[in-house]
Design a protein around this ligand. Structure first.
Ligand SMILES: [Zn+2]
Length: 365
């Protein structure tokens, strides 16, 4: 399926705003798309570049730029790029000479990348009606690159549009934000991600449901999770957290019954697998949360495939103890975000998680 505005999931408002620019034939000089990673900002930027330059039948007849025929998703057909003409295909495959894409090279977008772009913009486009510069992860611009971009925004070149993408406006210089038309992209719904995982990635419904619930509204994150051994790691972690029915020592706890030496070793293991640390903490939180939720809203649990295990485990620990453990993980996540010492943070978290499981007691609804 080729890229059009209709293939962008769950972003009705941003798409409506972009479509309005095209319908009114009033294109802003600079757009800023904000939102978390993986919600369709880059696809929307490409679809917009395609729509601005589409040579398809409907786009050639400028008198039909506003099409009243009812299209599938309330978007006039003439606003959507055709996806098949030479221009659309070149843009989608990243082979169009006038669609310039700038991404961080290493950790930063460097001044040379922005200067190179300025030089190109000083010349006439090769073939595009509208030249489009897409600066992805604009928050990665170092200060000198940011200032060079600012100059470009102050004197916008003719028939060119700049599209910046970033997580949030506060990551950019206010002077850059104020010169852009800002469009916010929302996280994608769990339901939509679940459908995409089943239909596009061929995932089994129970796996799709767990990954969708854990992807934090990001399609790219969900796809990455589905293609890695995320589910296996989840199973391992949940087993480690426990409690497990099959514990041979007769002690139902896993993590909660470990000696402090073992807790420290677990912290070290989390620290070593740094790439998976964010996921590990989220998985541990989702598990502890499920043990609470099971007693009240069984239908809302995340790890649905482990329902029997949850049923068993939820009877073995009281809610107050679970809440304290979740709190310990959240505190650690906050500290990690503010660059606290990782080893110390994880060790403190593990000591708090390992401390007291609360007396198992029956829960009343
Ligand atoms: Zn086209």
């Amino acid at each position: 399926m080729c890229l059009t505005f209709d293939s962008i999931t769950d972003q009705k408002r941003p798409v409506r705003i972009l479509a309005a620019f095209l319908q009114k034939r009033h294109l802003p000089h600079a757009l800023l798309f904000t939102g978390i990673e993986g919600v369709g900002k880059n696809d929307a930027a490409l679809a917009f570049a395609m729509a601005c330059n589409c040579m398809g039948e409907k786009h050639r007849r400028s008198d039909q730029l506003i099409d009243n025929s009812s299209s599938k998703k309330d978007l006039p057909a003439a606003v959507n790029p055709c996806g098949y003409c030479r221009s659309c295909r070149k843009i989608e495959s990243d082979n169009h000479p006038d669609i310039i894409r700038i991404k961080p090279s290493g950790a930063f977008i460097k001044i040379d990348q922005i200067r190179g772009c300025c030089d190109t913009l000083a010349m006439k486009p090769y073939e595009a009606r509208v030249r489009v510069v897409i600066i992805s992860d604009a928050h990665a611009m170092n200060p000198s690159a940011g200032n060079a971009l600012l100059k470009m925004l102050e004197e916008p070149p003719d028939s060119s549009i700049l599209i910046l993408t970033a997580c949030q406006t506060s990551d950019l210089l206010p002077t850059i934000v104020s010169r852009c038309q800002h469009i916010r992209f929302n996280p994608v719904s769990v339901k939509s991600i679940e459908t995409l995982l089943i239909e596009n990635q061929g995932l089994a419904p129970d796996k799709a449901s767990i990954i969708a619930a854990m992807a934090n509204g990001s399609i790219s994150r969900a796809f990455a999770m589905s293609s890695s051994n995320w589910i296996n790691r989840r199973n391992w972690l949940i087993n480690a957290v426990g409690p497990n029915q099959s514990d041979q020592s007769g002690q139902p706890w896993a993590l909660f019954s470990m000696s402090s030496g073992m807790l420290m070793a677990f912290a070290e293991m989390l620290k070593k697998n740094k790439d998976f640390l964010f996921d590990s903490l989220e998985i541990m939180k989702s598990w502890l949360r499920d043990l609470i939720i099971y007693n009240f809203h069984t239908e809302k649990i995340i790890n649905k495939d482990l329902i029997e295990k949850i049923q068993y485990a939820s009877q073995k620990i009281n809610i107050k103890a679970l809440l304290l453990k979740i709190d310990a993980i959240q505190a650690a996540q906050k500290d990690i975000q503010s660059n606290a010492n990782l080893r110390l943070t994880l060790e403190t978290m593990m000591m708090r998680i390992g401390k007291g499981s609360g007396k198992p007691k029956p829960l009343t609804k």
